[in-house]
Design a binder for this molecule. Structure first.
Ligand code: ZN
Ligand code: ZN
Length: 346
């Protein structure tokens, strides 16, 4: 007993001493110098990218919920880097994952709801500052031209300030201006071994909205954007290794709507009920996983974001083993020449 007491007293003394030392300027300077050296060395070391199709969850949230970034998926191979959507908070996750933004080639938008486009300019700015050599191309269905024109206009002064401050040699003015290309259903991007095909999503009344199928050296991933499960979804996932799909838990959403109604919050209850129309419910995704030959289904753009492990479990009710629930910073590795999917937890 006496020994335990002495240990506790010793630990308290150590904690107090560490706290006091932390207040000494010379010690603070030394610790910060060590930290900045580590950060600089890490930044100077390019992240190694395996001979795989790599898929990163940079945003797994829908507008219903807090604490996570909104829709954003990164597609990375040794030669390619594309983002699909750029919801609020996603740039922070791109940086945490240390994704090589200096070689970002394109941002693919699925549609123009705010939770998919909020950080277009942050993505543009981050990759521009990091030395992206070409203007960033923003792809998307008809309407993308209006979005890109508005972002370019809205941040014109920001670009002028930054070029004026850092100099045109460091920040070439022309590479800070976004370009656009319309990709409607059936349109493709062919980029070496990578092929991206847009397909129609069902997200009424948003029209057009698309999802994307990405193929790379025999591996494939489909990213839904916001959509119900339709025959076009079934066609898009045929033979695909991995499907990332928006997912709505009907039991959770219905309970939430009832609670709001009973609390007299009719507006909130109506909005939550409306959301059911245009997102795939988990039961339809379970059926898709069982009736298609897709290798793995990963739920993202979660409606709502699970606030607890119990709600997370509700998303996976009745789900077969090849369905997973994503969270921010999770990533999937699809090695070339294999059928494996390696799931990396955050
Ligand atoms: Zn949407
Ligand atoms: Zn959305």
């Amino acid at each position: 007993m006496k020994k335990k007491l002495l240990i506790v007293i010793g630990l308290v003394i150590l904690a107090v001493a560490a706290r006091m030392l932390g207040n000494v300027p010379a010690i603070q300077d030394m610790l910060v110098e060590r930290g900045t050296t580590a950060v600089a060395r890490q930044s100077a070391t390019p992240q190694s990218v395996s001979e795989s199709l790599n898929v990163y969850v940079c945003g797994s949230a829908s507008p219903l919920g807090m604490g996570r970034a909104q829709a954003c998926i990164a597609i990375l191979t040794p030669e390619h880097f594309y983002l699909i959507d750029s919801g609020a908070g996603s740039t922070d996750n791109i940086n945490r994952l240390r994704l090589p933004t200096s070689r970002l080639q394109g941002l693919l938008l699925t549609h123009f709801h705010s939770d998919h486009i909020a950080e277009i300019y942050e993505v543009n700015l981050g990759s521009w500052v990091n030395g992206r050599p070409e203007p960033l191309k923003v792809y998307g269905p008809t309407g993308v031209e209006e979005i890109v024109e508005a972002v370019n206009a809205g941040y014109r002064l920001d670009r002028i300030y930054r070029v004026g401050h850092h100099g045109a040699d460091l920040l070439a003015p022309e590479t800070g201006v976004l370009q656009h290309r319309i990709l409607n259903s059936g349109s493709t991007i062919e980029d070496g071994d990578l092929k991206i095909t847009a397909y129609s999503a069902e997200h009424p009344p948003i029209e057009p909205a698309v999802g994307y199928r990405i193929e790379y050296r025999g591996r494939s991933v489909v990213v839904s954007g916001d959509s119900n499960v339709t025959d076009l979804t079934k066609q898009a996932v045929d033979g695909a290794d991995l499907l990332l799909h928006d997912a709505l838990s009907l039991p959770v959403v219905n309970t939430l709507a009832t609670s709001f109604r009973e609390a007299g919050l009719a507006r909130q209850a109506k909005i939550i009920t409306d959301v059911i129309d245009y997102h795939a419910s988990t039961d339809t995704l379970v059926t898709l996983a069982q009736e298609s030959n897709v290798g793995m289904v990963a739920y993202y753009h979660l409606v709502p974001v699970p606030p607890s492990a119990i709600v997370a479990d509700m998303f996976l009710r009745g789900a077969p083993d090849n369905i997973v629930l994503t969270e921010d910073l999770m990533w999937f590795e699809l090695p070339v020449g294999s059928r494996d999917i390696v799931v990396h937890e955050p």
